[in-house]
Design a protein around this ligand. Structure first.
Ligand code: PMP
Length: 285
């Protein structure tokens, strides 16, 4: 695993950040997770756009241009050496005083981490994984916008812990009104009678780049799609469902709260996973 800090690339074991960095002290920062497929960075512009958007929302001034960030990323990918990799871009508020005042941090810190990725074993894509609904709700727009990809993931981590305690790898989070929002680090899709459905952004979620890719692939296949507000009952009685994310890609779901899907992986899940892999492999930017 290689890390870029302040223009230097080093082994992860040598990379250090200061204890007064507000990213560490307060989760005050933003990040992106990006895949490299066969030497090409997948949807880099979309990831950079989202990183800058998240930073703007938090009034963090990223001290690199998108071009310089891309160069740092490519240099770190090259040092890592593998054709397939996972990139983490982290921008924290930087070093400041012990108090949480962001104005005490004169310069944001940028870190690029490149490593291998193996979130789920290949067998999971054949068999799927079960979900439970977490009791912890996805915090909505009343706190800060869930569309900001910030360094504060405690809401999601609490739900992940509930999943683990229930013997599952993943959890579905509802928003405060009881509608499905997303999984802990992935978006949620289900299908019923040939219609693909996913919670709309107003349900309070991070609109993933994989989600967007799946919506585009579904459109190419002329699969009818509905973005909207859905309940657990909709998901429990679906024909099939899956979750999407940069790390997981498209992961089939076997059951939700013990209610088995009619098929896993279902027909649309298989089709979209194959399309996604072909699309990612052919990606050129
Ligand atoms: N929701 C959350 C909360 C996430 O952290 C992520 C990213 N891991 C996603 C959804 C999926 O986004 P993407 O497809 O851009 O990776």
């Amino acid at each position: 695993m290689k890390v870029w800090i302040d223009g230097k690339v080093m082994d992860a074991s040598e990379a250090k950040i200061g204890v007064l960095d507000h990213g560490f002290l307060y989760g005050d920062g933003v990040f992106e997770g990006i895949r490299v497929y066969d030497g090409t960075v997948f949807r880099l512009k979309d990831h950079l756009d989202r990183l800058w958007r998240s930073a703007k929302a938090l009034l963090i001034d990223i001290p690199l241009t998108p071009r310089a960030m891309t160069e740092a990323l490519l240099e770190t990918v090259a040092a890592h050496g593998a054709k397939n990799a996972y990139v983490r871009l982290v921008v924290s508020r930087g070093i400041g005083d012990l108090g949480l005042n962001p104005a005490s941090c004169p310069k944001a810190a940028v870190i690029v981490i490149v490593g291998n990725i193996s979130i789920y074993p290949p067998a999971n894509y054949e068999t799927g994984i079960p979900l439970i609904t977490a009791a912890s709700r996805r915090l909505g727009f009343g706190g800060f916008d869930p569309g900001i990809k910030s360094l504060n993931y405690l809401n999601n981590i609490l739900a992940k812990m509930e999943a683990k305690q229930a013997g599952c790898q993943e959890a579905l989070l509802l928003n405060e009104a009881g509608f499905i929002s997303e999984c802990t680090a992935d978006n949620f899709f289900f299908a019923k009678d040939g219609v693909l459905m996913t919670p709309s952004a107003d349900c309070g979620l991070l609109a993933g780049i994989t989600r967007q890719t799946v919506l585009e692939l579904a459109e190419r296949r002329r699969i009818p799609v509905r973005e909207g507000r859905f309940t657990r009952l909709d998901a429990w009685t679906a024909d099939e469902c899956f979750m999407t994310g940069t790390g997981a890609e498209i992961m089939p779901i076997t059951s939700i709260d013990g209610r088995a899907m009619a098929a896993c992986p279902g027909e649309l899940t298989r089709l979209l996973l194959a399309d996604f892999r072909a699309f990612a492999a052919a990606w050129k930017e």
